[in-house]
Design a protein around this ligand. Structure first.
Ligand SMILES: Cc1ncc(COP(=O)(O)O)c(C=O)c1O
Length: 481
């Protein structure tokens, strides 16, 4: 990702639309995301008033955005990496769409289903600057990437390069492929605090051999939030061996970072899988699989399908009966994302992360880059937090600088606590929900703020960590006999 992205306002749509083929019908686009007959499309609360700035520390703007979401009672949720809750407007739209299908039942499925799927396909493709004929809908990233991994025509001895922090389900899928086809896995050790992109690129490309058939890249590592430079790695891998099939796990990066999928496609990426129920805030159970047209013929679908042409992306979508209302809602979820803006969202989420970590150098660099460093509110929040990175006992497991290497997610460990003890302590003593990560490479609690989080949530977490570091609050209650 270009370093400047964190300070730019970025119009993905304008760039993306230019790539749309002539065959996209205007009426298909126009019908996408329309509410059911007789229903008004629910509205979102996003201040569009000139003068109300979307600067990441402006709680007037972000407080209004947060009001779109229903927060849980009784605790602060800073574990939003699993999936995103939907804004009320999206939830209502989805409920209405579900009600319509629940009323029309098979009449809807037999007369309107195909059109609804195609409208969703066109809308999502346009959103990301892709061609609809290269986009399939799945249930989630796991399914999308399993289609690629299990559908590849492997030969014994073929090699795959993957990362040591890739998501467990993908690692298991590759391990199963090893058992089935005797392929070989070469695992790149991805540096957690790299000095340069070149270090990360080398970690992958140094493993390329003449037998490398596939390179699997996780764009945003779920364990640490680290963004890896998929564009640069892909370009270098293809320069070394143009036949390597590059597949990207975009579960956490879609609608989180300002990088759109067309940029990955242009760099030479062959396939991408992602989930729309994460940062796009769509209802649970919709994923996508992008695949370059030239590759579709050679990959087998997971579900038997001989009715679609071998070259038709739709062959990957043979799921049986499925919730079309969730596909219909994609356009509404995109509407919310666009009202906020990709760069604004990325900057806000990065800001919330920086705030709970409290590192002054990072906060100052960030504030300076956006021209808000001297704003009284920015200063007040910065002064309200303690720099946790000065404590010996606090071990940050995520890159802080440059900002193009992260977003919302960061993980930290505390000496003397196992990851689950730390997560338990934050919840029981401070009412803050996080998740313990116990992985061979990363151990700590993962913290993921959301658009529904406030600056004060992150300040509360900072104070909790400070108390644990400074006041030496015993981390385990004395055992009661
Ligand atoms: C990097 C990464 N890949 C894949 C997945 C799986 O996503 P899903 O459960 O939507 O299939 C996740 C889930 O958190 C993830 O973080």
């Amino acid at each position: 990702m270009k370093r400047k992205h964190f300070i730019q306002t970025f119009s993905a749509t304008a760039l993306g639309t230019a790539l749309l083929p002539q065959s996209v019908h205007a009426d298909t686009l126009a019908n996408a995301g329309k509410p059911p007959k007789g229903k008004k499309s629910p509205e979102y609360i996003v201040p569009q008033t000139p003068g109300v700035s979307a600067a990441p520390h402006n709680e007037v703007f972000w407080g209004a955005v947060a009001k779109n979401f229903t927060r849980p009672e009784g605790f602060i949720n800073l574990e939003n990496g699993y999936f995103s809750h939907q804004p009320q407007g999206t939830l209502r739209f989805h409920n209405d769409a579900e009600t319509t299908i629940n009323t029309q039942t098979s009449h809807f499925m037999r007369t309107a289903q195909t059109q609804a799927i195609e409208a969703a396909r066109t809308t999502f493709a346009e959103f990301q600057g892709l061609m609809p004929e290269e986009v399939a809908f799945t249930r989630n990233t796991t399914e999308s990437l399993n289609i690629v991994i299990m559908g590849t025509q492997w030969q014994p001895g073929d090699e795959v390069i993957l990362g040591d922090q890739d998501y467990g389900s993908m690692v298991e899928a590759f391990q199963q492929a090893v058992a089935r086809w005797t392929i070989r896995l070469n695992v790149a050790e991805v540096p957690m605090h790299p000095n340069s992109d070149a270090e990360i690129i080398r970690a992958y490309t140094s493993l390329i051999t003449p037998r490398t058939k596939m390179l699997h890249l996780t764009q945003m590592v779920n364990l640490t939030g680290q963004l890896i430079p998929v564009v640069a790695i892909t370009r270098e891998a293809k320069r070394i061996n143009p036949n390597i099939f590059v597949v990207v796990d975009a579960a956490h990066s879609l609608a989180h970072t300002p990088l759109d999928l067309w940029e990955l496609r242009n760099a030479g990426v062959d396939a991408i899988g992602g989930s729309l129920h994460k940062w796009l805030c769509n209802p649970i159970g919709v994923g996508f699989l992008f695949m370059k047209q030239k590759n579709i013929r050679e990959i087998w679908p997971l579900m038997g399908d001989i009715s679609a042409e071998r070259t038709d992306i739709r062959k990957f979508e043979h799921q049986g009966t499925r919730p079309i209302d969730s596909l219909q809602t994609i356009a509404k979820a995109i509407e919310f994302h666009r009202l906020i803006g990709s760069a604004n969202k990325y900057n806000r989420l990065t800001y919330l992360k920086l705030l709970w970590i409290g590192n002054k150098q990072a906060l100052e660099t960030f504030g300076k880059g956006l021209g808000i460093l001297n704003d009284p509110q920015y200063q007040a929040n910065m002064n309200a937090v303690t720099n946790l990175t000065v404590f010996d006992s606090f071990k940050l497991q995520s890159p802080l600088l440059p900002f193009s290497r992260g977003g919302a997610i960061a993980t930290a460990a505390l000496n003397g606590y196992t990851p689950s003890e730390l997560a338990q302590t934050l919840m029981s003593k401070f009412g803050i929900f996080t998740v313990g990560i116990d992985h061979p490479v990363v151990r700590g609690v993962r913290v993921t703020p959301h658009l529904s989080s406030s600056a004060s949530d992150c300040i509360a977490l900072n104070k909790a960590f400070t108390a644990l570091c400074v006041d030496l609050i015993p981390h385990l209650e004395p055992q009661k006999n």
